[in-house]
Write a protein that binds this ligand. Structure first.
Ligand code: MG
Length: 165
């Protein structure tokens, strides 16, 4: 089977009193990520990995942060659109592996809820979505809790059509 690999990276500033959206789940915390959209760093990294694997450009190309229609948008809608773009090219997701880099809050207690959220949005089995987290050992902008970063990789493959169309 013909597989293609994709890689995505995203980073957002973090500010007090903002909702913290990670993988379509609002994580309870004193601070949250800031951006043009809902600043869901995990979904953005996954979108970029998927788009990269399909050679479809990047998230900024498809959903410009200058475009008012994406102001404050729920990133789950962006991920849904990315999945449509992939499936238009007959791609299906093999698996996704992501690492969120932040000091606080702990992500592990929310990992299953995040997986379930992504699984539903993408129509991909939860077993094919891996969500991990690490701190930045108190170093740099992540260490000072000024920002959050996320890395994601994915495999996609072409779906063979039985009717040869
Ligand atoms: Mg982003």
């Amino acid at each position: 089977m013909h597989h293609r690999i994709g890689f995505g990276f995203d980073v957002h500033r973090v500010e007090e009193g903002r909702p913290f959206w990670i993988g379509g789940i609002e994580i309870p915390h004193s601070h949250g990520a800031v951006g043009h959209s809902d600043a869901d760093v995990l979904i953005h990294a996954i979108c970029d990995a998927l788009l990269g694997a399909a050679n479809l450009g990047d998230i900024g190309f498809h959903f410009s942060d200058k475009d008012p229609q994406y102001k404050g948008i729920d990133s789950k809608l962006l991920l849904k659109d990315v999945m449509l773009l992939l499936r238009e090219k007959s791609y299906e997701v093999g698996n996704i592996d992501a690492t969120i880099v932040l000091e606080m809050p702990k992500i592990n207690p929310h990992a299953e809820a995040i997986k379930a959220s992504l699984s539903e949005v993408m129509a991909v089995a939860g077993d094919d979505i891996s969500i991990k987290a690490t701190t930045n050992e108190r170093m740099g902008f992540v260490g000072r809790e000024e920002g959050v970063a996320c890395y994601a990789v994915c495999l996609i493959y072409k779906v063979e059509r039985a009717d040869n169309s």
